[in-house]
Design a protein around this ligand. Structure first.
Ligand SMILES: [Zn+2]
Ligand SMILES: [Zn+2]
Length: 146
């Protein structure tokens, strides 16, 4: 199967299978079918405040997602073109998407059932990372985005 990100994300590694995830209360649960992108961390101020630390997300195409529950899924739009998906009951930060990249849905890696088999390979917006956070070595860092 050809990677849906081939060419655009040539440096990323993928692994494929069915992966399940959910928020803590179960009001939102989903299955991801097919290949998942590596986990990228985003340390931008917005992701820091919204997640309480930093975003750590894999990514899929929207059609790889099947919701098995979405009754409590809510979206927060800090600007009209950017959307964070979260559970309105338990508060889990679950998704991120931008209108400018409609083929990509970022999924918070921490919402996935273990083991994920994923690895973290990039960190974005380290220029805005919190001062208390010691970032791991071995992750390719970018001051803003790559
Ligand atoms: Zn929940
Ligand atoms: Zn961010």
């Amino acid at each position: 199967m050809q990677s849906p990100f081939k060419g655009r994300r040539a440096t990323a590694r993928y692994r494929g299978c069915m992966q399940r995830g959910r928020c803590d209360c179960g009001g939102v649960s989903f299955e991801l079918d097919g290949e998942l992108r590596d986990v990228y961390n985003c340390h931008c101020v917005r992701c820091r405040r919204i997640t309480g630390h930093h975003m750590a997300a894999t990514a899929v195409r929207p059609n790889q997602v099947t919701f098995t529950a979405d009754a409590t899924l809510r979206w927060y739009d800090p600007v009209p073109s950017v959307h964070y998906g979260f559970c309105g009951t338990c508060g889990s930060t679950m998704f991120w998407k931008a209108d400018g990249d409609p083929d990509k849905l970022c999924v918070s890696a921490g919402t996935l059932d273990q083991p994920t088999g994923l690895r973290t390979t990039k960190a974005w917006w380290v220029s805005e990372a919190a001062d208390y956070h010691e970032r791991p070595s071995g992750v390719l860092e970018f001051p803003v985005e790559d």
